[in-house]
Design a protein. Structure first.
Length: 278
């Protein structure tokens, strides 16, 4: 039961978000999965075991289980593809069922997940005030075209969009305070965004809930953002289309996430990325 080390959403042969992948005949018990995830120290580790023609999957951060993790799903898809050949794999998560599809071109693997269903709603005043204070933001720092939002793509995320890319690069927050805010409001990450172009966004994701200051590539948040943009009909995405997220740049771990939406409100979202073995 040796963990596989894969970086998801890599930009060529650099960057991405490292994940552990453990594929076994049977899922270990919860304490063992937690210990392995804590020892690896990645933001998440995916554990998978066969269940008929599908796979049972659990995700663990260093400090606890999470219901869904996008970059670990991409890593798992690539690992299953390398083990079983390119194709689509049915995944039975703790709370949902999704798919991941792996493909190979030369020595390069990519994977595409089909997320759980999505939703978005306006952010409540209490959470908004707490996040603005934690990030030391003022209202004039925010881009009014994308209002403060709660969005779901397997797990729940808060989204704040900034006017200035330089302000995004300065992201800082008190770790313990943010962890408490996220626990109180059931958040997995808080996404700070900048609109680089109509279909291109820069992102930084606080992940104090998982014991990590920042996530360099967050597939679940990308799916949640996709659902939010469809709800807004941002740049015509209410009729379907694609967009891209650039993340991890300010951490020195450049990552590229490609997102495709159908345009149907509440629908699942496709999130794709390349991987590299570590």
């Amino acid at each position: 039961m040796t963990p596989i080390h894969i970086s998801s959403f890599s930009d060529g042969h650099q960057g991405g978000n490292p994940a552990g992948v453990v594929i076994a005949d049977h899922l270990p018990d919860a304490d063992t999965m937690q210990a392995i995830a804590a020892d690896l120290g990645y933001s998440e580790t995916a554990f998978a075991a066969p269940k008929g023609e599908a796979w049972r999957v659990r995700y663990y951060a260093p400090v606890g289980e999470v219901a869904f993790c996008g970059h670990a799903t991409i890593a798992l898809g690539a690992a299953l593809g390398a083990q079983n050949g390119a194709g689509k794999f049915d995944l039975h998560l703790r709370d949902d069922r999704i798919t991941v599809e792996a493909s190979q071109e030369a020595d390069r693997w990519t994977a595409t997940l089909q997320s759980p269903q999505t939703w978005s709603k306006p952010m409540g005043d209490d959470l908004f005030a707490a996040l603005m204070d934690a990030f030391a933001l003022a209202r004039e720092d925010l881009n009014p075209d994308l209002p403060p939002t709660l969005a779901f793509g397997g797990v729940q995320h808060a989204i704040l969009t900034l006017k200035n890319r330089g302000r995004l690069a300065q992201m800082a927050y008190p770790f313990d305070t943010m962890r408490d805010i996220m626990a109180l409001h059931g958040l997995v990450t808080v996404s700070l965004l900048h609109v680089d172009g109509p279909r291109t966004f820069s992102a930084r994701n606080a992940f104090a809930s998982g014991g990590v200051f920042e996530d360099p590539a967050t597939g679940a948040a990308a799916a949640a953002l996709g659902g939010f943009l469809v709800d807004l009909d941002w740049d015509g995405l209410g009729a379907g289309g694609q967009f891209e997220i650039l993340q991890g740049t300010d951490m020195g771990q450049p990552s590229v996430l490609k997102i495709a939406v159908t345009g149907q409100k509440g629908a699942s979202v496709r999130v794709s990325g390349a991987v590299r073995w570590m």
